[in-house]
Each structure stands twice: as structure tokens, then as C-alpha cells.
Design a protein around this ligand. Sequence first.
Ligand SMILES: Cc1cc2nc3c(=O)[nH]c(=O)nc-3n(C[C@H](O)[C@H](O)[C@H](O)COP(=O)(O)OP(=O)(O)OC[C@H]3O[C@@H](n4cnc5c(N)ncnc54)[C@H](O)[C@@H]3O)c2cc1C
Ligand code: FES
Length: 270
Amino acid sequence: MNKPIVVPLEKIETNTPSIKTFFMKVPLIAQQGIPGQFLMIWTFNDEIPMSLSYIDPKKELIGITVKKVGSSTEKTHLIPEGSLIGVRGPYGNGFKIAGSRILVVGGGVGMACLFPLILQLIEAQKSVTVLIGALTKNELLFQNSLQEYTSLENFRLSIATDDGSMGFHGLVTELMDKTLRKKTFDQIYACGPEPMLKTAFNIAESKNIAFQASLERYMKCGIGLCGSCCINEQIVCTDGPIFESKVLRTMNEFGHSKRDPSGRLIPITD
Ligand SMILES: Cc1cc2nc3c(=O)[nH]c(=O)nc-3n(C[C@H](O)[C@H](O)[C@H](O)COP(=O)(O)OP(=O)(O)OC[C@H]3O[C@@H](n4cnc5c(N)ncnc54)[C@H](O)[C@@H]3O)c2cc1C
Ligand code: FES
């Protein structure tokens, strides 16, 4: 669906001091969307990419989970329930369901695209271990929602905070390394800041475990026309945003450089 459709915001949830989830009724996207795909969100000013964080075909509801980082996301956070918002999509490839012993690693708002995937993996009765990382305990995303599945035999949830305010004291990739020393997995899914993803990928490679990561690049069209989202030979909005180990190995820009809004290559620093 390449033309934005304008819908009211059904419900807004505050997840953390800097993150909110916005729910909309869009039957077509709720029926066709898969975890890992994204939407272009139009707030009548700018249009920005946001992952699907909630997909409910029965209720015909979808959600996006937005971290306040700059002008568009700040404006989005100010929109009240009932207001109109434009959406187009779903775009991109989405995660491939693979493996049976699964490790999911999410850093910060990276948990947004992983949340519907985790629900799908639980539904498929896979053995799932989830590691959620954040700077501090108040910024842990979807920890409460996932806590309710910890009574399931095949589900484990562990937390890492950079400041040690909850769970493992350190980076989520350090917790990942520790977890992999104790348990074996045959598939890893990850989303978060790119330096975190690069470290997680290197760990997965050292253990020979299949890896899928959701990557971000500056997006304008979202449909493969403008070239603003390229990473090496890949167009993130159409070839991705989910990339598997085989392709990640070929990307020397992964973890090192990205394009600014004018298309210039700049180093990745955060
Ligand atoms: C496929 C994809 C899925 C995403 N999913 C989510 C999500 O689920 N939740 C979430 O909070 N964020 C997500 N993002 C990131 C989100 O799009 C940016 O945080 C947002 O566009 C920032 O806009 P801003 O004006 O508030 O910030 P700015 O101050 O303009 O920029 C802050 C940061 O966001 C980046 N950014 C700005 N505009 C864009 C753009 N058009 N495309 C990509 N990056 C941009 C900038 O390069 C910079 O690194 C996703 C990005 C992509 C590419
Ligand atoms: S955003 Fe235009 S080609 Fe990907």
C-alpha cells in the first residue's frame, strides 16, 4: 500500500519515560504485516520509518513503538488519542522463522520489532530465550508484557542494564556471550543500535549460529526508489531491513558507516 491512509489513533500506551506505543486500526496491514516489517508514518509534517511492534489480525489492530530522539519523534509523542495519523506499508522483508532453540537479543527501542516476533515464536512453541538490554531499568521495553510468559517451560527472560539498576550489570551483548557459554541455540534474532548488532553478529559468527538482524538506514521513500537507505550493495527498505549472516558478512559498512540525509557516508559513532 504505497498511498498513505489516514486513520485515528485508537490507543496510546506509555512504555518508558522516552517510549510510547501507538495503536491504529488498519485491517489490511494487520492481516498482511509480519514481524520485522516497517511502516512509513506521516504526522502531516515529516514521514519516518517505524517497525510494526504489534500485529493483531483478529482485532485488525497494529502498533508502532516510538522512542523520542529528535523533532519528528518528539512531535509524534505529543499527538493525543483520537488524532489522525498517516501510514503506508507494510514494507521490507520481515524476519524468517527458523531454528528451534532461539535466542532473541534486543537493545533499547530495538525490542519494538522483536516483540511481535517473540509472540509468534511462543505461539509456534519454540524454545525461546529473550535478552532485553537498556541503559537503566526504567527504559527496559516490553519487560512487563514478556514477564507473563516466564511461567512457560520453554520461555526464558533475562535483563541487562548498563547501570546495573536491574538484572545483569553491563551490556546486553556481554549477557549474550555469558548465555551462550551455558546454553546452545540454533538461531539468533537481534535489533538495537548498530555497534551492539555488530558485536552480537561477531559473537554469533564465533559460535557458528545463524543470525538475523534488523538494520536501520536513513529512509525517504521506503520503496526502493531514492537510494538513501543503501548499505553496500543492499537497499535496506526493500532487500531488508532484516539481513541474515550470509549477507551481513559481505557488508563492510555494517557497524562502521551510514549515509546522512544528503547521501554522504559518515562514520557510525553510537
Ligand atoms: C526500518 C526502520 C525501522 C525503525 N523502527 C523504529 C521503531 O520501531 N521505533 C523507533 O523509535 N525508531 C525506529 N526507527 C528509527 C526512526 O525512524 C528514527 O528514530 C526517526 O526517524 C528519528 O526522527 P527524528 O526527527 O525524531 O530524529 P532526528 O533528530 O531527525 O534524527 C535522530 C536519528 O534518527 C535518524 N533518522 C531521522 N530521520 C530518519 C529517517 N527518515 N529514516 C531513518 N532514520 C532516520 C537520524 O539519522 C538520527 O540517527 C526505525 C528506522 C528504520 C530505518
Ligand atoms: S528509502 Fe528510498 S530506496 Fe530505501
